[in-house]
Design a protein around this ligand. Sequence first.
Ligand code: ADP
Ligand code: MG
Length: 762
Amino acid sequence: PVDRSPDIQEARLKLPILAEEQVIMEAIKENPVVVLCGETGSGKTTQVPQFLYEAGYGSENDVIGITEPRRVAAIAMSQRVALEMNLPQSVISYQIRYEGNVSNETKTKFMTDGVLLKEIQKDFLLTRYRVVIIDEAHERSVYTDILIGLLSRIVPLRAKKGSPLKLIIMSATLRIEDFTENKRLFPVPPPVIKVDARQFPVTVHFNKRTPLEDYAGECYRKVCKIHRMLPAGGILIFLTGQAEVHSLCRRLRKTFPFCGRNYHNATEDEDSQEAVRRFKKSRPKKTMNLPKIDLASYSAQPLDEGDEDREAADDEEDGSGSDLDIDLGDEGAEEDEKADSSLPLFVLPLYSLLAPEKQAKVFRPPPPGTRLCVVATNVAETSLTIPGIKYVVDCGKVKKRYYDKVTGVSSFRVDWTSQASANQRAGRAGRTEPGHCYRLYSSAVFADFEQFSPPEITRRPVEDLVLQMKDLNIEKVVNFPFPTPPSADALIAAEELLISLGALQEPPKTGRLNDLQKAKLSSPITPLGKTMASFPVAPRYAKMLALGRQHECLPYVITIVAAMTVRELFEEVDRPAVSDEEKELLKGKKARVLQMQRIWAGQGSAQKLGDLMVMLGAVGACEYSGLEPKFCERNGLRFKAMLEIRRLRGQLTTTVNSLCPDTHLYLDSKMNPPTESQVTYLRQIVMSGLGDHIARRIRQEELLDEKWRNAYKTPLLEEPVFIHPNSALFRQLPDFVVYQEIMETTKMYMKGVSAIEAEWIP
Ligand code: ADP
Ligand code: MG
């Protein structure tokens, strides 16, 4: 019996899904697999686990498992369900990659999809679970897709064993045919239960013009108008990334200051402003004993800023725009940015990497007399429902990582989103009463959006998935029941890479895949591949770990691999400043950050390890400081990244120790720098994992075209690739290098570069 508080009970009764409890539970009882779809906010995530619990599914040693594609949702939803059920988090728990509060008493476990995939590797039949819910299946995250494929096989196996497992796939009302009409996945189509959400009408207002560049500025102006002119109701804004979110938060807080803010906890921004202030105060002292460096040679190009070729397609609608009373129009008098404290706006950021306690603020009512305004990335699109939103402002864009299928070159691009996701965004405005959605683009532009975003698995390299599948003894990967299969090219590229790393057996004779083998892709896994598969990192890095035992290099290899996996150790100091004051701060900070990176790059031959030496030095220094947020702030390191590196190092260390019982590694916080010979071994180890990522410098005498000046040639690409000005090796430009990856921004830049010797290349 669950003892819920009266207000919770009242709120639940308003959810449309409650009326369907019987139907849903009947279907689950009668069928091994059920698809449940309903609008975001109808109560799927918070209520279905409760239905199951109350029906006795989480009893004895059974656990109700529920997967989320995002960490944010796994944490927030477990907390919400625990609260609704009046049960402790030791019973309604969560587990994400490195943290969780699962206990012996856990009955309902929210986790990220990656966590469940790892569990399948340990226990293929998932014997601890009686029900598994795959939530947000419409997001089509790679792991969700793989899990559905695996579970479609696990469910019949469990039935055969006489301990049936129930599978529930929950999704927004989007393209569920990929699951239900895929005969390879489910020969008997699972029943689909639709939950009607009581969605209030949302009036959609298109801009007549589409702003070419400055959609963030357009967002700002629109929010100002809404806040000044329209009745009470929360505002939810969709932007594309963390930096944009913060910048808009700052602008809005400046314009509509909320004076009682201290009473309602400091926000992220204030924390960092405070830190910047502290940094400014302490700067002269700290920089005094650092070597002087010529900064002029460092260009200001940010490494991972999305490139500029945003789609500028614009269509002007004929101006008959029936100006609805509430239609605010797109052009406007320049909003004056003078602070107006008579209209307090309670501005909160929301994005995946934000700390959970800060994310949780969006669920609380804003302070009396203020209007809630949440500036979000697309995490707010489906996984989290924010109460009280009446206005949605949608920039129409989404930031995604794009990969070249053949070369693996990646770039972050800000592009138009899909119609399906724009409609999801709009829907957020109609949860509690009729609402309005302001789209900062024209209806003609919307008509050109693709209908759905393609599933992630079709958009990225899949070598990690292929290795995991081979480790699960799924030898013929082409036969795997993917909801949507990756392209044949991507599968072949993955199989070939894994063969070259020694993780899969070489085909006899030629050592290369012939056409028949390409069609089958059935190379079995090797013992090395098995070892590699036990590391939770990309196969290239797993290879480095598998080789790292020589010459006591392992602690360094673990650190380098952790740093390369976590990515983006360094804070973005090239970001545009919102004020002159901030500009000054950023300039000072950049100088210091570059100086520190020079120090971390080491002396003499250690420098040849290049950017990876900088990573080692940064992690070492940060650990030496006791993993202090202040230390990170001062030296331009992302505290969250450093924390995650610490955790991943811990996890990798444990894995190594369990694989080889004779090693007893421990996490050394006072890691000494590697010796000269260790640096050489490290460079070789790194090359063993990045063997297909070699680049050769184009020499002066080979130069036929100016565009190849200071450039490198790689076997994979026709075009020149470059060492980035912020790289530790930018001054040296060694003849041969290996790189972690190539990112395309203003040019093709190699990231994570180390020098290698010509004679090492086979
Ligand atoms: P779905 O999974 O169908 O999108 P949810 O179960 O996530 O729906 O949400 C159902 C309702 O519960 C939403 O209307 C939302 O307002 C409310 N809700 C969810 N999480 C919280 C929370 N942390 N605080 C307050 N209300 C919440
Ligand atoms: Mg949900």
